[in-house]
Design a protein around this ligand. Sequence first.
Ligand code: PMP
Length: 431
Amino acid sequence: MEKKYLGPEKIIDKKKEYLIPCSYHFYSNPPQIVKGDMQYLFDSSGKRYIDFFSGVSVMNCGHCNPEILEKTIEQMKTLQHTTTIFLTEPIVSLAEKLAEATPGSLKRSFFCGTGSEANEGAMLLAKLYTGNNEFIALNLGLHGRTHLTISVTGIGMWRTDPFPAGGVHFAPNPYCYRCPYKSVNDECGMECVQAVENVIKNHTSGRVAAMIAETIQGNGGIITPPKNYFKELKNVLDKWEIPLIIDEVQTGFARTGKMFAIEHYEVEPDIMTVAKALGNGVPIAAYITNDKIGKTFTKPSASTLGGNPVSAAAGIAVLEYIERHNLIKRAETLGKRLKDGLLKLKDKYSIIGDVRGIGLMLGAELVKENKEPATRETDIILEALKDRGIIIGKNGEYRNVLAFQPPLVISEEDIDSLIIELDNVLENVTI
Ligand code: PMP
């Protein structure tokens, strides 16, 4: 028997009545999504969409991936939850696997449920380790929804708390397309790193617990730092004995053609946070650190559901799937195909001001004359692509960056379809 769905209009009505009205929609005519199958989504009318957003870098292994489902459901049927203080195997197996997968001496994990919690926990760890309580963060960074993670979030629209925590200092981000120092990509004097040192020297009290940064700023607009940025930044932070927390919540788990994006920059963070793709749709997150820092956290702390057997089983299945199906190489190869296609469109259409990103985490910034953000046009393109069966994301300070973060199981044909459809939209849609 065919399933009856509420349909988009009724869902919108119920959303208006029963949900806190803080969540917005990309579309003026949003579909009701009812099913996922690897890189595809289906709406209540049966229409298929190629998903180029993965629910914001979550579904790296694809929607309802049968291999991951099987292992997660098997665990769900055996043991769902006790408490993390009792002995269970999945949590330690996942921690061991993460120790192998993460760069250098990163080894000890604390599991929780969301990216916000992982970042909040990482900052608590940094306070306990250093005995300091100030933080440095980047303009346009995003780290979560809790009090302190909102406070270190630099992108205006997500700084929701009217009373953010004190002791947070922001530094200019490495946004090469709109470089605050008017430098040219990769040929600059890395003034944005010097600016961090300036913040340390002149703005903080000298008692900095950590600097927190995403490797590639996702919500900030796929802002991709130049090649030497993190090496030079780490040198400065090491000089001042300030730990570096790298937020890999959007960039982790093969998305950029490395297991973690920070590997492109050949830098080992002191603490790293992960979430989203680790569970491929099951809530699980963690902060991971080295022995030296990790061993200092001996006060009691536990997350009720963090690293429960089911979430941990999903995490293990994700790591195994990435390895078995070579998703790291796949993201690199397919990312190149997608980026080449976007760059060709950039040559053809002046509205595409910049194409950036690594692997399958790519952005196209849309502009008018003199780099004026093409915000309205971005919405029109998003809606037109959706009508043509393609879902992409948008982000950036001015909401004018098209975001391409598909499941890594996407095919060459799907990528070619996106480029053809985007070309059609840019050619035919009045913007
Ligand atoms: N860090 C980054 C880079 C994110 O993109 C997000 C969410 N978009 C978070 C942290 C917060 O994660 P969560 O929504 O799971 O709390």
